[in-house]
Each structure stands twice: as C-alpha cells, then as structure tokens.
Design a protein around this ligand. Structure first.
Ligand code: G1P
Length: 276
C-alpha cells in the first residue's frame, strides 16, 4: 500500500508575480479550484490519504484551505451555496494533512528530504502541483502509478515525450522499453542542454519513491543550479535497476508557466466545469 503523498509547495511562483506576491502560487484557481486541490484529489483517488506539505514562508493559505472555515460553513449552512463547498469537504473528509517548513530553498531533493520524518520507512508519492495531470478516461495518473508500484516495488517516475528544444526544462531519462509505455531507466540527467540530452523523455511531476531515497539524498551533493536534485538521487537507484519510467495515460499541463496555466484553465472550463 502506498498511502502517503508529499507535496513540495515552498517555491516562490516568480513567473506569476504580482499575483503571487502575497498568495501561494499553488492557490491560484484553475477555474474555481486552487491548483493544489487538483493534485490532492489525485493523491486521494490513488489511496494516498496521508498528505504532507513541505511549505515555506508565506504559504499559510494552503493550510487554511485544507481546514474547516468555521465562519463560512456557519454562514452558508442550509443554503444552496453549500454545493460550492462540496469538493473541498469531500477532500477534508478523506484526507489527513500535515505541514512542515523547508526553511531554505535548496532544491526539490532537499524539499523531499525535509519530509523524511513525516514519511518514515514507507514508499510514498510525490506530486508537484504545478504539473496538472488529468485523465478523463479512467484512473488518475497517481492511481496508474500505484498499480505499477504494487507489481514492481521500486521507484517510478512519470514521463512524457517533449519537443527536443524543451528538454532543458526537465529531468530527462534514458532507458530500455520493458513493454509499451514502461521503461527500465539506466540513466537520467537534470535539465540537460539539447545536445546532451539522452532522449526526449522528460520527467513529469509525479513520483513514487522507495524510502531508501532519503539516505541517498543525504549524500547527494548540489547539482544543476547549485540545488540538491531528486534526479541525481534517483540516478543512484537507477544504477541498481530500481527506477521505472512510465508514460502515463492522460493530459499534463505545465501550470508553472503562464501559457500552460491558461491552457489548463480553458481545458478545465470546457471539459470539467461546463460538462457537469
Ligand atoms: C522539477 C524536476 C525535474 C522535472 C520537473 C517536472 O523541475 O527537478 O526533473 O522534470 O520538475 O515538472 P522544476 O520544474 O521544479 O524546475
């Protein structure tokens, strides 16, 4: 069973300034729901009820969102407006939420290591909520990955093909196809130049990690951009044949960029909000 999921949410959201000056980027609404709630719903759907946020300064609105707003509940009780709270009430009923702060911004690997106490010696999911992943024709992306974990019991990263001139934005893998859409990874590199990329298969912000990753992270030196990279730690597991890359079913929107965010908004408005 994988029932824990980490959400690194300490990043600044610089690309969305001034909107993110006093509001966490994860709280920006995609139509009528904050970005981070989509990720939390995906985790809960996959059976990960134990949700741990790695937060930072200025992120309190996230903790408030995953709590009762007593005044609001009281005001709208018994009115038609209660329906608007249905999705978040549903999340609150099913999830258990913990928070810890990453005090210094030392990279995604460092953020994940900050969650060690909350995760303990268990396999766990990681969701980067900037990557909004939606599968309208079946299981969510994390659910698909949990099924694979149950079969293979090793770390798994979500991957997708990206145009070659985009590889510099991602962790990029090299691996052997085991079967359709599933690769045994033997090498990976964080944000390579186009000419150095081992393929055009990019890592997307969905991971299932085995807990030995924490000890590996403790020994991982700062890499690309002087940050402790999860990609470098995963490479150590991959060298032992213990990381799979999975080309997931569904769509992914890069909500860390304004273009991707607008695309996600249009998609969700037409296919989820208006399709109700
Ligand atoms: C992070 C990871 C990168 C991965 C990406 C997916 O980068 O370091 O390997 O490909 O997320 O979104 P970031 O986008 O946080 O710079």
């Amino acid at each position: 069973m994988v029932n824990k999921c980490l959400f690194p949410v300490a990043g600044y959201g610089t690309r969305f300034l001034p909107a993110t000056k006093s509001m966490p980027k994860e709280m920006l609404p995609v139509v009528n729901k904050p970005l981070v709630q989509y990720g939390v719903e995906e985790a809960i759907e996959a059976g990960m009820q134990d949700i741990s946020f790695i937060t930072g300064r200025g992120k309190r609105a996230i903790a408030d969102h995953f709590d009762i707003s007593y005044e609001l509940e009281h005001q709208i009780q018994g009115t038609g407006k209660e329906d608007y709270l249905a999705s978040i009430r549903n999340v609150l009923d099913q999830g258990c939420f913990s928070f810890t702060r990453q005090r210094e911004m030392k990279g995604l690997g460092h953020a994940i290591l900050t969650g060690e106490n909350m995760i303990g010696d268990n396999p766990f999911g990681v969701i980067l909520s900037d990557d909004l992943c939606i599968n309208q024709s079946g299981d969510g992306i994390m659910s698909q990955m949990v099924k694979l974990y149950e079969q293979f019991r090793c770390s798994i990263v979500a991957i997708m093909e990206v145009p070659e001139d985009q590889v510099h934005k991602y962790g990029v893998i090299k691996g052997d196809a085991m079967k359709d859409g599933l690769y045994r990874i033997d090498s990976m590199v964080e944000k390579p130049k186009q000419e150095d990329a081992p393929s055009n298969l990019a890592i997307i912000g969905r991971y299932i990690l085995t807990p030995d990753i924490f000890n590996i992270l403790k020994d991982t030196q700062p890499g690309k951009n002087g940050e402790i990279q999860i990609t470098d730690a995963l490479l150590k597991q991959a060298e032992r044949g213990l990381v799979l890359g999975y080309k997931f079913q569904g769509k992914r929107f890069d909500c860390g960029s304004v273009d991707g965010f607008v695309e996600a908004t249009n998609f969700c408005y037409e296919n989820i909000y208006n399709a109700k």
